[in-house]
Ligand binder design. Structure first.
Ligand SMILES: [Zn+2]
Length: 318
């Protein structure tokens, strides 16, 4: 049997998994990233965990196919990380080389949402498909674009940064400094902003009933969907607004890459049918028939394990 390692490097925690070549997680461990201690320290500790896992499973070194690692930032040629969002590490860090030297294995690196998309193709909702768009709807929006089985990284590794596509010229301000970005509208943060602004003028609704009982009275995206599911017309209208923009943003991508499957993950996707039905219905309005004929829009399947499985998928992906 052959084996691979998947590493999910996060801002707070780093998950490391040992997988069989057919995608089963055999061992997994979470360690603190402690990025403030420097990259050398962090990669030393990751290499140490990998070594211990090998010993625990008594694996022959020759049966290890390699290590894949997902990173929050743009990555060049699956080797060099241009920069890591919120890490005090130097720019243009050759993570493939550094971790390769520390472990002794071949290492492939990619952006975390790219990696998750590959994982969904290898073991999740998009299993077996080679033209896929992955979208993570969380605090921000991340994207992974796979065309003919290959991830689109592009010139500077920014391919798939769909959260910062302008969908409204001079629209709402985004965290990146631009205006009108996709994620300013439909990320969890965008949804919360929209709900809060509407609540300032109308509190006669089920969403306010939910929020007013909470400590701090802070809106979370989930509350909007929960109230909408109770039939609250105020919240249904917000969901309508969100699904409209998701459908619109996705339709742009459909015309560029013509995927077979769109996989949507992240916290917002947990809203379920109310979100997916809205997107599926509205996307028709913005898309050529050839772009939506037989298109499937599916929730991501791998959940918490997506980072590890996806990183390992890098090793088996050409
Ligand atoms: Zn932006």
């Amino acid at each position: 049997m052959k084996y691979l390692f998947g590493v999910d490097l996060g801002g707070t925690n780093t998950k490391i998994g040992l997988l069989s070549a057919d995608g089963n997680i055999l061992l997994n461990k979470s360690i603190k990233t402690n990025s403030e201690m420097g990259y050398d320290d962090c990669f030393n500790r990751i290499a140490e965990v990998i070594k211990k896992m090998n010993i625990e499973k008594k694996i022959d070194e020759n049966d290890i196919l390699g290590v894949g690692i997902g990173i929050p930032g743009p990555v060049l040629h699956q080797e060099v990380v241009s920069f890591l969002a919120n890490f005090p590490w130097k720019k243009n860090l050759n993570v493939a080389k550094i971790l390769g030297e520390k472990t002794g294995y071949r290492v492939k690196v990619d952006n975390d949402v790219n990696v998750i998309t590959l994982g969904e193709i290898w073991q999740g909702s998009a299993k077996g498909y080679s033209n896929v768009i992955g979208m993570a709807l969380g605090t921000g929006i991340g994207g992974g674009i796979v065309v003919d089985g290959k991830l689109v990284g592009g010139f500077q590794g920014a391919g798939g940064e769909i959260g910062h596509m302008t969908i409204i010229p001079n629209g709402k301000l985004c965290g990146c400094g631009k205006k009108g970005c996709f994620e300013a509208y439909v990320s969890a943060t965008g949804i919360e902003r929209e709900a809060e602004s509407r609540l300032t003028v109308n509190k006669n609704n089920k969403l306010w009933d939910i929020i007013s009982k909470k400590e701090g009275q802070k809106v979370e995206a989930k509350d909007v969907f929960d109230a909408a599911k109770l039939g609250d017309s105020f919240s249904l209208d917000i969901v309508d607004y969100i699904t409209e923009y998701i459908a619109y943003g996705l339709s742009i991508l459909l015309h560029v890459t013509n995927p077979e499957v769109v996989v949507i993950g992240g916290g917002v996707a947990l809203a379920g049918d109310i979100l997916f039905d809205g997107i599926t219905k509205k996307i028709k309005k913005y898309s050529l028939l050839a772009c939506i004929d037989d298109l499937q829009i599916l929730p991501a399947k791998l959940g918490e394990k997506a980072g590890i499985i996806g990183a390992a998928a890098l090793v088996v992906n050409r």
